[in-house]
Write a new protein. Structure first.
Length: 204
């Protein structure tokens, strides 16, 4: 079964690469966090991996992201093990206990969300993650990980504020003590410089 699944995997992009690592490490009964649930795809994967005996906390400040995630989970029969939280990920430690096996951060805009022009017509402003709240959330998530737990952080630099957030994440990761954390940065060499990339943090 594992061989068949592996043949279907694609490693094109930061998110598929993050899913590859999650599939290797997250097991039934584990605790996991989706710090930016967006349209719910990361949340669904985590729910499938932890199973009925585990739990997933999924955060987003955008009500439509919470709705989209809830609808996807209900459609796939994975709603029971997920707690949906309409709040910024900088409040992560208010809701999540220690013992987390994996935390997922998919930064930037809501995937597939409305364009800036469409939002303006609707009287809304585009919401993106910010360096300050992201670094705060990363610090909290790192403190909640179990030994052997991971954080996968997909970074996007093609929008306003994206390069600054990516730099803040890299600086934060570079400052983590190597005695307690392994930190990797992975880019696709045959893609444009602005292509999304992945930062992976493992707690030793």
């Amino acid at each position: 079964m594992k061989e068949t699944t592996a043949k279907k995997l694609s490693l094109r992009g930061a998110v598929p690469l993050s899913h590859f690592f999650l599939r290797q490490l997250v097991c039934p009964g584990d605790l996991a966090v989706d710090a930016t649930c967006g349209n719910g795809l990361d949340t669904l994967l985590l729910a499938e991996l932890v199973g009925e005996g585990g739990k997933v906390w999924a955060f987003d400040v955008q009500p439509r992201a919470i709705v989209a995630t809830r609808e996807l989970l209900e459609k796939e029969g994975r709603r029971e093990c997920v707690e949906l939280i309409e709040a910024g990920h900088e409040r992560l430690s208010e809701f999540v206990p220690k013992g987390v096996k994996a935390a997922v951060f998919n930064l930037g805009y809501l995937p597939g969300g409305l364009s800036a022009g469409a939002l303006a017509k609707a009287g809304e402003h585009p919401l993106v993650t910010s360096p300050q709240t992201t670094v705060s959330a990363l610090e909290q998530a790192a403190s909640l990980l179990v030994a052997g737990g991971i954080m996968v952080i997909s970074l996007y630099t093609g929008h306003e504020g994206g390069p600054e957030e990516a730099q803040a994440v890299e600086s934060w990761g570079a400052a983590l003590p190597p005695k307690h954390y392994n930190v990797w940065c992975s880019r696709q060499l045959n893609r444009p410089p602005l292509a999304p990339y992945l930062v992976l943090v493992e707690k030793v």
